[in-house]
Design a protein around this ligand. Structure first.
Ligand code: ZN
Length: 283
């Protein structure tokens, strides 16, 4: 009895094995394509693994792995081309409705009185702050993940209209002078907050201070915000590029694709990623 069943088991095992190889092959191909754009070429090296399927034919019982080895190496192109598949021109950098719009001291919002049409509250958070629908959903997901990881935070302010930014900025100017105000507050028409894509977060410790970056929430978003499509827009040591001091609390939604690209790259600002001029000051 056992003897007569043996080939069946063996063949079934081979079929299962072949299916597993195909699944792993597909999985790897998908993973590289979706996550690591500079290494997308790895996919080419993986695809040949799908060819062992012919092993499922009756001859399965003979030599163990004849078809798996020869097919893979010769057909795979050995030259690893570094060209990224990521398209840096996919969205406008100037249209305020674009998820990639660049707003800095050299690039004001145009038109200056722009207001998004899909502002919405952030679900799951007791905050009156609003963001554009897609950004609000992403913030909600980031917040949920941070809470689960023991790094809760709240959004203090997100969308600000032109008038609010104006009174805020001139309040700072009156208090500490324009030069000082320009280092941490945007002039009306130049604030990312007016796009509905930016949010300031806090948790009661080091609010609006550089040391926020060392808190649980600050460290969590520095490490994971990109997974939800956010970037730390004003990183440490980049004031000459972004025009702003280090703001570990200011998150900018750009979508997972671009946030991942920035995360994978060796630069830390959107200006550098897109090869835009540094914007240390108003022109
Ligand atoms: Zn901010």
């Amino acid at each position: 009895m056992r003897v007569s069943h043996a080939p069946v088991y063996r063949r079934r095992r081979r079929v299962v094995l072949a299916v597993l190889v195909a699944i792993v092959g597909l999985g790897l191909g998908y993973g590289t394509g979706a996550l690591v754009w500079p290494r997308a070429e790895a996919e080419a090296a993986v695809t040949p693994a799908k060819s062992p399927t012919p092993t499922e034919t009756p001859e399965a019982s003979s030599t163990p792995t004849p078809s798996a080895t020869p097919a893979s190496s010769p057909s795979a192109s050995p030259t690893p081309s570094p060209s990224p598949t990521f398209d840096l021109t996919a969205y406008s950098l100037t249209d305020p409705d674009s998820p990639w719009v660049i707003v800095n001291k050299l690039n004001p919002i145009d038109p200056a009185e722009y207001a998004p049409e899909d502002l919405t509250r952030i679900a799951g958070m007791s905050s009156a702050a609003t963001m554009r629908a897609e950004a609000a959903a992403a913030m909600s997901a980031l917040h949920e993940a941070a809470v689960a990881a023991g790094a809760p935070f709240t959004v203090s302010t997100a969308y600000r209209d032109h008038a609010t930014q104006s009174s805020l900025y001139y309040g700072y100017v009156n208090r500490s002078g324009q030069a000082s105000a320009d280092r941490y507050s945007a002039r009306p028409g130049f604030s990312e907050h007016q796009t509905g894509l930016a949010a300031d977060i806090h948790n009661g410790v080091c609010d609006l201070k550089a040391c926020f970056g060392t808190t649980a929430a600050g460290r969590y978003v520095a490490e994971h915000a990109w997974e939800h499509g956010f970037v730390i827009r004003y990183p440490e040591g980049k004031q000459e590029v972004t025009g702003y001091i280090y703001e570990p609390w200011h998150l900018r939604y750009v979508g997972v694709e671009l946030a991942t690209a920035l995360h994978e790259s060796d630069v830390t600002t959107l200006e550098e990623l897109f090869g835009l001029p540094a914007a240390p000051d108003y022109s």
